[in-house]
Ligand binder design. Sequence first.
Ligand SMILES: [Zn+2]
Ligand SMILES: [Zn+2]
Length: 180
Amino acid sequence: MGPETRDELLDAAERYARTVPIPVDFERIEWECSDRAVRRAGACLYDHRTEQVTIRLTWEAYRSFGWDEFTGTIRHELVHAWEFQRFSESGHGRRFKAKARELDAPRHCRSFADARLRLVCSSCDWEARRFRASEAVKRPAERRCGSCGSRYRVEHVESGRRWRTHAGYLVARRKLDGDW
Ligand SMILES: [Zn+2]
Ligand SMILES: [Zn+2]
């Protein structure tokens, strides 16, 4: 089970971050949880005067992505932290991309709008986003809504294709092919 409160999320994020093989100085990184309805899953801020890095995680993004997906956001923000600490600047340029690839971190700051896949409950208003073909996406019949326990459907956001079973997933995947 993933963290269930904002404090747990910050603790888990910091603990997880220390297992990521990237040379950053954790003594100079602050962790924050944002409740604002921002579209970005995370942000990394830098104070040039104090050289303090702040990694801000978005609670709603964590709730909607789930912990496994969210660790990608943490790795992404760590690459920003690393660039800030080492070069006093950070962006999404070539250096960032190379480091992100090393850590299997997403190259773009993830936003809700970017999510390729949406899980939608059949009986309540629960909705979750996924970037990758996780088990929840591939085998929806074996899982349930995170809120009421009913079944849910998966939607491929760009094409609008939807499915509720593993067989349906395989069909959609084949039909979408390069447009996945
Ligand atoms: Zn970024
Ligand atoms: Zn539900």
